[in-house]
Design a protein around this ligand. Structure first.
Ligand SMILES: C[S@@+](CC[C@H](N)C(=O)[O-])C[C@H]1O[C@@H](n2cnc3c(N)ncnc32)[C@H](O)[C@@H]1O
Length: 203
């Protein structure tokens, strides 16, 4: 894919709010070294921050959106980070490239995409991870059939109005899908603003 002429770095203010709490969990769940495949990197701000904070890891960002990939590349170039690879064009719901990585991370994607993206995420992560390799998810989830906060219920309605295939996912449904793809039970951490960190490990 070529880089569009308007290759300006984009900004998502939420990344500034959630990156430190996410990093604290990543320090525990990611391996000490190796390659981290980030699905749905968006602006690339997380990629640059996590790569700088975890210099023994190599960060492989990705996004299906060419404008997002241009933003990721622009942020990486501005940061001068040596441990970020050029972004891959990867749609989680489509066949993945032939990769071998040590961890997979996906922040704020599965509720803003059709369920097929979650299915593809599980299928793809199971194929690229070694035994014991972590799949880290972050975002809002329903638990036991309920939203965990009124604000998440409002957000869910807004998402479904925008696209009926989107919506805050049930943690149990995601965990069931993960189990069907050979992942163990999730390690769940409650995060600020009613989000969860959910880490699965490949059996
Ligand atoms: C809300 S943004 C989150 C971006 C970034 N992870 C963050 O937290 O700022 C959602 C991202 O998901 C990407 N996305 C949507 N559908 C996808 C799919 N099927 N596979 C991979 N990424 C997808 C979009 O291109 C967008 O960059």
């Amino acid at each position: 894919m070529s880089t569009p002429p308007s290759a300006a770095p984009r900004h998502a203010p939420a990344t500034l709010r959630n990156r430190e709490p996410i990093l604290a969990v990543l320090r525990r769940v990611l391996p000490p070294s190796g390659i981290v495949l980030e699905i749905a990197s968006g602006t690339g701000e997380h990629a640059v921050f996590f790569a700088a904070s975890l210099p023994a890891l190599v960060w492989q960002p990705s996004d299906p959106d060419p404008a997002a990939r241009a933003s990721i590349a622009a942020h990486a170039a501005a940061a001068g980070a040596g441990n970020i690879r050029p972004p891959l064009a990867l749609d989680a719901s489509q066949p993945w490239p032939d990769l071998a990585v040590d961890a997979v991370l996906c922040v704020n994607m599965i509720h803003i995409a059709p369920w097929e993206a979650t299915e593809g995420l599980m299928r793809g992560a199971a194929a690229v991870l070694p035994p014991g390799g972590p799949l880290y998810l972050y975002g809002p989830f329903r638990r036991a059939g309920r939203h965990t906060a009124d604000s998440n219920a409002v957000f869910d309605r807004m998402l479904r109005a925008q696209d009926p295939r989107w919506g805050v996912r049930d943690l149990e449904a995601v965990a069931g899908l993960a189990a069907a793809h050979g992942f163990g039970a999730p390690d769940v951490v409650e995060m600020p603003a009613n989000n969860l960190s959910v880490t699965f490990r490949r059996a």
